[in-house]
Design a protein around this ligand. Structure first.
Ligand code: 6R9
Length: 641
């Protein structure tokens, strides 16, 4: 329904010198397994695999018989190749303290941490929960686990004690690694008390390993061990043992916008192959000259794959930032880009829309000329946000890559290649080489160009989830039961007239209005294309006449005032952009929207409000007071005709 005609061809220089060019699509289409074998050969294997893929649907094994050590691939091999002095992370603490960590430093720290874990009785296959702020010890802890073959389960450092306890118990972790606290919004934010509260009911936990970051007062228990006391005295030498390509690497619980969190299980060989390949291809990483920054939290899959494993496997220099974008001022991210000369920047649409709301004069105060590629992930990026990002952050010269993927897919699956694609605002374009994505109707038949339906993946890919931890049945049910022999991610998509893909969000978020399927994403996008709207969330509310009716929640830009006039203007704007069928029944002007920690709007909660139901589970909300705020605001903002 949305009509988008703007096109942005890749800069000539980037196209000429791109790591991956158009021929990769044909190469992979002709011989998909051969393509992934060559990608796997970018890693160092102690023993090469003998079978590339064993596929007993829906269970895949990749690179069978192969052995490798993920930490060796991310750290040691770069030091052995003479790049020990290269910066792995420029770390920037929120209060302004900094650390520069070379690959050599990383080798020392990961080796000591691996020795400490062994002393604490952690061995291969044991689960380790990690609940930490964005400090260097977080990737160090993950790599130490990977090195000894322990399975890490990182839990976002903002989750509640309940959420942490549930995840520890589901994985029966032996150890939790945490910190006294981290800095957020200009103040120390304690973590240890949450861990203390959680582990009271975690019978599997033997020890709690605590990094000192803020110096906050902590209660101590017999099970507690200070990181500096045990890690600092360890040997700097640790021999990485080879692990099987199908040995587990980590469990990560999905963000849970809909149901009880699922422990997504990833293994070593296939995962590292695809994260490294995609990080090289989609960001066109030139390890000698690029400074790469992904602003996600490591507690989210984007941080696992594109702050830790992908960039390190490729020997990149990255920026890692501890805090929030508005501390101590709203230009902090742009200041970081200017300071380190960031060339590749990867963030989420929710952040971009927040910056749009704050105004373009803020980034304009900083020198962002080092940037050459911009990435987006986490939600559909609406064309207005795409174009704003390209213009005001990318100086109208940087391609924007909209990358679609999931915790379950492990790596990017659908994205333009920046040196190949002609960018189209709002479109994730086409599956990457080696990935067979399709859009099908409810009979599993591929839709033609111009059609919409369900996104599916037809063939297994190296970094796919292997199962849901401890629950093969739920794995089959959730992802493989809807369409025979195909992976169903739960997202809707459309294929435009050129055959390019547009992601439309979760299918649970598709509304059925008077017999028409309307995607929440398209209505949100239409709302945000109005110059007075910064953000919008749309849900289908029960309606006696139309079945479902469209209810929108909007945040206005800058100093714009709400009121009935504006609401009418917005409703008409949507009707004009998408057609009268998509005209919202109601539009509420609100100050905040309920979001998960990774920035996804929790439409389920807004549906509860729209239908006047009591609220469901709010444990994964960033800020649970937002819901009261919205509910309190509603009567004044309502408009119906
Ligand atoms: C990486 C990540 C996965 C869900 C996914 C989809 C949405 C992510 C998107 C996107 C449209 C994009 N999503 N990237 N939708 N365009 N570029 O976000 O993982 O937290 O597991 O969420 O996010 O709905 O199914 P995860």
């Amino acid at each position: 329904m949305l009509h988008e005609t703007r096109r942005f061809p890749p800069p000539a220089e980037l196209a000429a010198d791109a790591n991956v060019k158009a021929d990769a699509y044909d190469e992979a289409a002709t011989d998909r397994l051969g393509f992934w074998e060559r990608a796997a050969d970018r890693l160092d294997w102690t023993q090469r695999w003998d079978t590339t893929l064993e596929w007993n649907p829906p269970f895949a094994k990749w690179f069978i018989g192969g052995k490798l050590n993920v930490a060796y691939n991310c750290v040691d091999r770069h030091v052995e190749a003479g790049r020990g002095d290269k910066i792995a992370y420029y770390w920037e603490g929120e209060p302004g303290d900094t650390r520069e960590i070379t690959y050599g430093d990383l080798l020392t720290e990961v080796s000591k941490a691996a020795n400490a874990l062994t002393e604490l009785g952690v061995g291969k296959g044991d689960r380790v929960a990690i609940y930490m702020p964005m400090i260097p010890e977080l990737p160090i802890a993950m790599l130490a686990c990977a090195r000894i073959g322990a399975i890490h389960s990182v839990v976002f450092g903002g989750f509640s004690a309940d959420a942490l306890r549930g995840r520890i118990n589901d994985g029966t972790a032996k150890l939790v690694i945490t910190a006294d606290g981290g800095y957020r919004r200009g103040a120390p934010n304690a973590l240890k008390p949450t861990v203390d509260e959680a582990v009271v009911d975690c019978p599997s936990i033997e020890k709690v390993l605590v990094v000192r970051r803020t110096g906050q007062e902590v209660d101590t228990h017999d099970r507690d061990v200070w990181w500096h006391e045990i890690v600092d005295r360890q040997s700097e030498v640790h021999k990485p043992e080879p692990h099987d390509a199908e040995d587990p690497l980590f469990i990560l619980y999905t963000s849970g916008t809909t149901a009880k969190p699922k422990g997504i299980l990833h293994t070593t060989g296939g995962y590292l192959t695809q994260v490294a390949w995609t990080h090289n291809a989609v960001f066109d990483l030139k390890p000698d000259t690029d400074v790469y920054w992904c602003s996600a939290d490591i507690g989210w899959v984007t941080g696992h794959s594109y702050i830790v494993y992908g960039p390190l496997a490729n020997g990149a220099t990255s920026v890692m930032y501890e805090g929030t974008p508005d501390s101590p001022h709203r230009g902090r991210w742009w200041e970081v880009i200017q300071k380190y000369g960031v060339t590749i920047f990867y963030t989420a649409p929710t952040a971009i829309r927040t910056f749009m709301k704050w105004g373009q004069d803020i980034p304009a105060q900083f020198d962002l000329s080092s940037l050459r590629i911009l990435g987006s992930v986490g939600e559909p990026i609406n064309p207005e946000a795409y174009v704003w990002y390209r213009e005001h952050i990318g100086g109208d010269r940087c391609p924007v890559v909209d990358t679609w993927w999931q915790t379950e897919t492990g790596s990017i699956m659908i994205s333009p290649l920046p040196g190949v694609a002609e960018g189209k605002p709002g479109a994730a374009m086409r599956p990457l080489p080696g990935i067979t994505a399709d859009v099908v109707d409810d009979q599993a038949v591929s839709v033609p160009n111009g059609g919409g339906g369900f996104l599916v993946i037809r063939e297994p890919w190296p970094s796919m989830l292997r199962t849901i931890w401890g629950d093969d049945e739920r794995y089959k049910d959730t992802y493989w039961s809807r369409f025979e022999g195909m992976y169903f991610p739960g997202d809707g998509a459309k294929r435009d007239e050129d055959g390019d893909l547009w992601l439309l969000g979760r299918v649970d978020d598709v509304m059925l209005v008077s017999g028409h399927n309307i995607s929440t994403t398209e209505v949100e996008s239409a709302l945000v294309s109005h110059p007075k709207v910064a953000e919008a969330a749309v849900v289908g509310a029960l309606d006696p006449v139309t079945g479902q009716a469209i209810v929108a929640f909007t945040i206005l830009r800058g100093d714009v005032e709400g009121g009935d006039e504006l609401v009418k203007e917005l409703r008409d704007h949507v009707a004009k952009t998408l057609g009268p069928i998509a005209k919202p029944r109601q539009i509420h002007v609100v100050a905040e929207l309920p979001k998960t920690r990774s920035g996804k709007i929790m439409r389920r909660l807004l549906r509860d409000i729209a239908d006047n139901r009591s609220l469901g589970d709010v444990s994964t909300l960033t800020d649970s007071s937002v819901m009261q705020l919205i509910a309190a605001q509603l009567p004044t903002a309502k408009s119906e005709d």
